[in-house]
Every structure is written in C-alpha cells, then in structure tokens.
Design a protein around this ligand. Structure first.
Ligand code: BGC
Length: 244
C-alpha cells in the first residue's frame, strides 16, 4: 500500500499542498493552493495550511517547507515572510492547529531533497547545488547526496545587497527584465556560486523553470545547469519526505 504524506510548500505568493507517495515521489492527486495571506504571520499561515489540509483528510503526516532557516523546530529568519516568524516554535503551532504532527524545514532544502531522491539529482555524485528561483533565491547544496541544510546562499552579497534582490524570479517580473537581461544576471550569480563552491551540477527550481528554454541560452557556466525534473512540485514532494 502506498505511503502517503501531505507536503506543503509555503511561498511568498502562494501556499501549495499535495498528497505524496513518498516511495515514488508521485502526487496522488493534483495539488491545491491558496494565496499567501498578507501579512504572512505564523498564525495566518497556520490557518491557511489547516484550510488546505482539510482537503486531504486522513492519517498521513504533514511536512511543511518555509522560506526561512529552520533549526530545532523553530524558524530563525524572515526575509520574505512576516518578521513575527523569528524564533517561533512552528512545529508546536501547526501541530496544535492541525491536530496531527507536523515537520518543518527550509523550502529550498525540501525542493533539493526531492530532486536528489526522485529528480534531476538522482544518483549524481559530487557537489550538486539546487537553487530555487522565486520571491527569493533558496539554496540547497548536496555532497554525494547529503544535504548541508539552511545555507541561505541567496543572501550572499552581489552588488552590495542580497543576491536575490538582483537575480530572483520576482525581480525579473518586477523590473520587467527580458529573458536575456535576466539570464545575464542569473549567470553572474551562478558564476559567483562557482567561484565559491565549484559545483558539478546546478539544478534550478521554482515556477520560472517552466520557461527554462527561454533563459537557458543566456546562461554561461562551467558546470551544467538543468531544470528541476519535478518542476514546481519539488517543494511539496520534499516536504512530504521530511514528514516521513
Ligand atoms: C530565504 C530562504 C528561502 C529562499 C527561497 C530566501 O529569502 O531567506 O530561507 O529558502 O528565500 O524561498
């Protein structure tokens, strides 16, 4: 019998949830989503997650990827969510609201775990850097398949500010950048990552990779760059894996 757990991906613009077969990485049904509440306080997000989880009744566990550093069940940063998240015991908050245990992890770490288990990084040795391009830039480096969690490479300084303010997918839309211009910015960031970490492979995630073919011609790096094989569902799938 399939082992199904609920994966939730909390993003800057939407919260997505799906029931995942953790042995195959397949989604049992189409994921559901809601607009991220504003302000995105812990309680408002917990309420939204509860509303989504109600659409998947059953005994499975719940895993949640959040755009923050998560250590010992607490969130410690809040770049693209409400500052009220800092120091919160999110596991306790959500387990209470849901009435079932909930596991938390960083959203990019979740996407990375899914890609390494079921997607573009499956069986790839050496240093693999998974980067998620969305409201911010999330990072998940793997060495021979093992994750170094909570790395926050999107906040390394580029042109004097967090790199995500220069090259995230949100910046492309907000500044009306064409694919070539944004591709050049992304290349600048990827080359910066190469200078520091010398990855053997980059895996790019986030909704924008649905248009990978549009910007791939403008990327120029030493290591190969591939789109996330699980697309925008990687975060949901990885969160469910963490729950298990
Ligand atoms: C956050 C990270 C997160 C990334 C992608 C960044 O602004 O600091 O924790 O993984 O955005 O959502």
């Amino acid at each position: 019998m399939a082992r199904l757990h609920l994966g939730v991906d909390v993003g800057g613009s939407s919260i997505k949830a799906g029931l995942v077969d953790i042995d195959t990485g397949a989604l049992a049904v189409d994921p559901v989503s809601r607009v991220t509440p504003s302000p995105a306080t812990p309680q408002a997000i917990a309420n939204a997650i509860c509303a989504l989880a109600k659409q998947f009744p059953g005994g499975g566990r719940v895993g949640v990827g959040v755009p923050a550093v998560v250590k010992q069940g607490r969130t410690w940063t809040a770049a693209n969510i409400d500052a009220g998240w800092i120091g919160v015991d999110v596991g306790a908050l959500l387990s209470k609201a849901l009435g079932r245990p909930a596991a938390f992890l960083n959203d990019a770490d979740a996407a990375g775990l899914a890609e390494m288990r079921f997607g573009a990084g499956r069986g790839v040795p050496g240093t693999v850097l998974v980067l998620t391009l969305g409201t911010g830039i999330g990072s998940a480096p793997f060495i021979d398949g093992r994750l170094l969690p909570n790395t926050e490479f999107g906040h390394l300084l580029l042109h004097g500010a967090s790199a995500e303010l220069h090259a995230s997918a949100r910046v492309r839309v907000e500044q009306g950048l064409g694919w070539q211009e944004w591709g050049a910015r992304l290349t600048e960031y990827l080359v910066y990552m190469e200078r520091l970490f010398w990855p053997d492979l980059f895996i790019l995630g986030g909704g924008v990779v649905e248009q990978f073919d549009e910007f791939a011609p403008f990327l120029s790096t030493r290591a190969p760059v591939v789109p996330a094989a699980l697309g925008n569902h990687a975060g949901i799938i990885g969160a469910a894996l963490a729950a298990a």
